[in-house]
Design a protein around this ligand. Structure first.
Ligand SMILES: *Cc1c(COP(=O)(O)O)cnc(C)c1O
Length: 415
């Protein structure tokens, strides 16, 4: 089996040959046969060190033995019930315990599902219609947030998506990241804003880090205007540490959305927040939300196993952080690029200094990135195939892998 042949057929069966746009690498993407720890093996039998980690969920690496054991123990018991199961309480206890702002939680099936429902809930709670998002912030692929979206849409140079009604997009206002003034002006000018939604650390064109006090200012500005603050922690939840970005930066949002890591590599999403707000979610209240696979026992089992390991071994976070530090230190300084990292998130931007917002991120030299990405692939390192995606380490990246990544970053950047 060859990736090029598979892709030829895939293009006749799947739009663009793929199931999600960022995977459409030209001239053809490699097809994965299996994955374990920090490594992917292609159908051709090539083994690659993975710094993409499925774009975020795999904080423990691929096919972690303990997560796999938990799933194997669950499988004979069934994998979707359509009824409540005790798993829901276990994961809800853990996540609410780790996030004081989250008193109640609804499990859904994806991160997009979580942000879509959180925005509906914010509208239902406040009775207002508009939302504010940050330019380049990515919150999944649904209409209200496919307005100047980042991630795949950015790479493909599509500012909006066809099929999103102007009438829907009109209710989504955008402000630049790291600009509290702009948010303040926007909320003063628009009285009908239900919520501000943002990634506290921008992950889908980043990492772009919040500048000092920015998130605290966002908190006080939204509170002043009676606008709900939604932290989209789909990437940052359990990634920047237990308790997420809200703990790291000591800012308390009204609602939070989760996904990725909390499903341990299986599909999941969740929204949570103050009891007063969450009590409006159906069937407790009038804001409708439902899903066949919500709280399915398999995703919850993988998520629980993952979060338990993170709780048991907090040194994992320190080791991943040491890893990105070592990679950063190995890179020779150059006016052509800048290295940014936060814990296990990192990236080399082809721009002289780290971007502070979307517009600056868009200044990156994507041609130089592409040449670098190809060199890294030839050296056996798989980076996300876009200048705009965050690179990740996992707990499965050991000293050997870090040394290999660091050495090849340095070599491929100077090559
Ligand atoms: C990945 C992501 C989403 C969407 O999650 P899906 O499970 O892919 O729908 C939402 N928000 C952020 C910040 C993400 O990184």
């Amino acid at each position: 089996m060859k990736s090029s042949d598979l892709y030829s057929e895939a293009r006749t069966l799947l739009p663009g040959g793929v199931s999600s746009p960022v995977r459409a690498i030209s001239p053809y993407p490699f097809y994965t046969r299996k994955a374990s720890g920090a490594r992917l093996t292609t159908v051709e039998g090539t083994t690659l060190i993975d710094c993409c980690m499925a774009y975020g969920p795999l904080i423990l690496g691929h096919a972690h033995p303990e997560v796999r054991k938990a799933l194997e123990a669950q499988l004979p018991e069934g994998w979707v019930y359509g009824t409540p199961s005790p798993h829901e309480l276990e994961l809800a206890r853990l996540i609410t315990g780790d996030h004081p702002s989250v008193e109640m939680i609804r499990f859904v099936s994806s991160g997009a599902d979580a942000t879509m429902s959180a925005l509906r809930l914010a509208r239902g709670f406040t009775g207002k219609g508009d939302i504010v998002k940050v330019e380049g912030g990515f919150h999944g692929a649904h209409d209200a947030v496919l307005v100047k979206a980042g991630s795949g849409a950015t790479t493909l140079g599509i500012p909006d998506s066809a099929g999103v009604l102007p009438d829907v997009a009109r209710h989504t206002l955008s402000v630049p990241f790291n600009d509290a003034e702009a948010l303040s002006r926007t909320l003063s000018a628009h009285a009908d804003v239900a919520a501000v939604i943002l990634e506290p650390v921008m992950g889908n064109i980043g990492p772009i880090l919040p500048e000092k006090d920015y998130l605290a200012q966002v908190r006080s500005i939204t509170r002043e205007h009676g606008v709900l603050l939604i932290f989209d922690e789909v990437i940052t939840g359990y990634r920047v540490g237990i308790g997420g970005a809200q703990k790291k930066y000591s800012v308390v949002p009204d609602l939070s959305t989760f996904g990725k890591i909390i499903g341990g590599g299986l599909p999941i999403g969740a929204l949570g927040g103050r009891r007063e707000i969450m009590s409006l979610v159906a069937p407790a209240g009038p804001v409708y939300q439902a899903g066949t696979f919500n709280g399915n026992p398999l995703s919850l089992t993988a998520g629980l196993a993952t979060l338990r390991i993170l709780h048991r071994d907090p040194s994992l976070y320190r080791r991943m952080e040491d890893g990105t530090r070592a990679i950063g230190e190995s890179i020779p300084r150059s006016p052509k690029g800048s290295f940014v990292r936060l814990g296990s998130m990192f990236k080399y931007f082809f721009r002289s200094s780290p971007p502070r917002d979307y517009r600056q991120a868009k200044e990156c030299d994507t041609t130089a990135f592409r040449a670098f990405w190809e060199r890294m692939m030839r050296e056996g390192i798989f980076l996300p195939p876009s200048q705009f995606e965050t690179n990740f380490l996992s707990g499965a990246h050991g000293e050997d892998e870090i040394r290999a990544i660091a050495g090849r970053y340095a070599a491929c950047l100077s090559g």
